[in-house]
Design a protein around this ligand. Sequence first.
Ligand SMILES: [Zn+2]
Length: 314
Amino acid sequence: MRVSVPTIITGLGAPKRTISPAAAVERIADFLAPGKVTLLTGAGVSVASGIRAYRGKDGRYMNPNYQLRSYLGYPPVRDTLPNTSHYAIAALQYASYIPRLVTQNVDGLHHKAIAHLWEPDHIQKQILELHGTLHRVHCKRGHVVPRNTFQNWLSASNPQWKVFVDNLEKTGQKPRTNPDGDVELEGVSYADFVVPECPQCTLESQQSSFVRGSVIAMLHNVEQSERVFVLGTTLATYSAFRLVKRALELRKPVMLLNVGPTRADGLSSSLVLRDVVRAILGSRASQDSAIVHLLQSGIHQPPAEDHEIISRNT
Ligand SMILES: [Zn+2]
């Protein structure tokens, strides 16, 4: 685990310092304790849930092959579970220390971690998804369908790929899924993959195809908060970088906590976050049953180091 603390004053090139876990807990707790924090999370947070912190070099969002890769990658992401970091964060959300959470992740794991405590409408307001979500799909004219429904439409339109997916599940093969919820494919022809038109638009005699979730402006969130805590992201995407840049322009304190991709890094960062919650909440951490439960929840299953890449020659 690498911790850069406590404030970046002159841009993002500040030198990194390594400090002990106990010192890290103390500094992070001091930073978060006043509340009114915007938390920005990235792929590093989900590594312990088995999602690789990997992002392709290519312009993935523009990639015309996206829908097929997403079709194949959705089932494994749909089934992933929150890890200890998601639950520690949920404890701070529940205790009102983090009124705003912005995530770059599309896996929905922050939502899952607090779903038993908050109503869905409240969750939608409190957790903003910078890169959209895998759990809903919308057409170019704005009609929204649940991802599960869309997945079934894709299956119906592409029986040959449905067979491929079913075979993967039967043989226990897992395609290599990256944090965007799509998969890496080699030697594959995408030409035969059919993306259905939006049925609602068809009813209205319009044509409209489905696109991935839209990027939502989050700058307002940063402007409203007093400090920004950045967790598990290298700020490689411009939209995330822009949020931090805005916070710095407004001279708001920013703290970065990078969680590394290795097993050891993932484990220590999870434990650090739990300790941070205990340090901030004091006796409430052992007396509030909801908090106690959150601090006991979460898997720790980082992905295997080997990088299996599936291929289908057509
Ligand atoms: Zn439509």
